[in-house]
Design a protein around this ligand. Structure first.
Ligand code: RP5
Length: 164
């Protein structure tokens, strides 16, 4: 079994600008992870192989990002019971509304936890993966609590500009 806990997959290297925000959070929490391009329509056999191996490899969550007709998260979820966290990537023509709808509208029976379009969604998917792992890891839970507390303090210190 590999030591990787969270897999981050995406449909294209063009998704990296968005998906790197998930990887950044995983790095911040020192979560063992991997990041790969696994395209649903350009490399479907690789996608199924990745999903089929995920549980035996010890993955605890898969963060899957895609844009357009974003079938990657749903198709991975169809082949594994490892939780799949879907990130809609902003598409060129429909700004990611197409990605969001195609990820969030899973028919009953095969869930994909779907996050916001773009970088906020990518970061939140990783934070959600951290929260999942933290249920079995008190040190990680404390780290996540501290991260939240720091964010709260930053918000409390926010100053507003003068009226113009
Ligand atoms: C999807 O098609 C990818 O997830 C990407 O968001 C979109 C466009 O891919 P490229 O044409 O930029 O490679 O499969």
């Amino acid at each position: 079994m590999s030591h990787i806990q969270v897999g981050v997959v995406m449909g294209s290297s063009s998704d990296w600008d968005t998906m790197q925000h998930a990887v950044s959070i995983l790095e911040e929490f020192s979560i063992a992870h991997e990041a790969r391009v696994v395209s649903a329509h350009r490399m479907p056999d690789d996608m199924f192989a990745y999903a089929e191996a995920a549980a035996d490899r010890g993955l605890q969550a898969i963060i899957a990002g895609a844009g357009g007709a974003a079938h990657l998260p749903g198709m991975i979820a169809a082949k594994t019971i490892v939780p799949v966290l879907g990130v809609p990537v902003a598409s060129r023509h429909l700004q990611g509304v197409d990605s969001l709808h195609s990820i969030v509208q899973m028919p009953k029976g095969v869930p994909v936890a779907t996050f916001a379009i773009g970088t906020a969604g990518a970061a939140n998917a990783a934070l959600f993966a951290v929260a999942l792992l933290a249920r079995q890891n008190p040190a990680l839970a404390a780290q996540l609590q501290a991260w939240r507390a720091k964010q709260t303090e930053v918000a409390r210190q926010m100053a507003l500009p003068p009226v113009v």
